[in-house]
Every structure is written in structure tokens, then in C-alpha cells.
Design a protein around this ligand. Sequence first.
Ligand code: ZN
Length: 146
Amino acid sequence: MFFPALELLRDSEKLDSSLEAFDKLLCAIQNSGYDRRFNPRVYKYFGFRNIYEKDWVYFLDILTLHNFLDKTLELECPNYQRNMCADTQEGNLPLNKEITCPHCFNAVTTAKRDIFLTYGFTNKLADASEGCRDFFRREVRSYQHR
Ligand SMILES: [Zn+2]
């Protein structure tokens, strides 16, 4: 495994069979320099055909919950797909409102479909090693039992 912390997810029935592929995918993301900002669908770009998107997103959300990843919702201009604003919570984005795009200066009406989801590695993911194993194992178990 490239990311030793992921070994702890082996306890999870739902993720166990996909773990090796997810580990390789995270490694590909990191080695390509996308680790600070990547969209979950990046696996298609890397040609990973054995990824089940629902499990992958679930996996990313578990890592986010434990501060191994930062999750950002970017609101894109519907005209030019450029980021107008971003937040970690959907409720903080100006949805279904008319706003002036800071890039093209058009008045655009924002909608949920204009949200572009991105994740970024935190230092904790890259640094994850033996030291945080027990902590992570405990946390993942408590998450699964919710
Ligand atoms: Zn615009």
C-alpha cells in the first residue's frame, strides 16, 4: 500500500475489495500533482476501469471525515465553467440566485448542477503512518456503527 493509513479500512466490508485500487488511484493523483485539488471523476482520466464510483465517493468522504482530505464545493459559472466561489458547505453557496460572475461579468442564475466537487490531500494523509493507526482504526469503526 502506498498510503499505510488505508490498511485500516480493511475492517470495512464495503471497501475491502476496492482498497488496493483506491490506494493506487490516490498514488496516481499525488504523482501527477493533482493532490491539492482533484475531482472524484479523475479516475476516468487515469483509466481506472475497475472503480465503482459510489464506493470511491464513499471512501473519499470517510477520508474527509478524518481530515485526510479537504472537500470543497466550487460554484462554476454556467457560461465558462470557471470557479465563481467555493465553500465546504452547500448551504453557504449562493444557490438559485442571480449573481454577477467575476470572470465574464454576466448576470448568471446559479443552480445545484453548477457545483463542481473537489478534494485535496491534507498533510495528514501524506504523513499517515504507524503513529496514527490506532486513532484511525477507532474512528473508522465508530463511523461504521453510526
Ligand atoms: Zn462567467
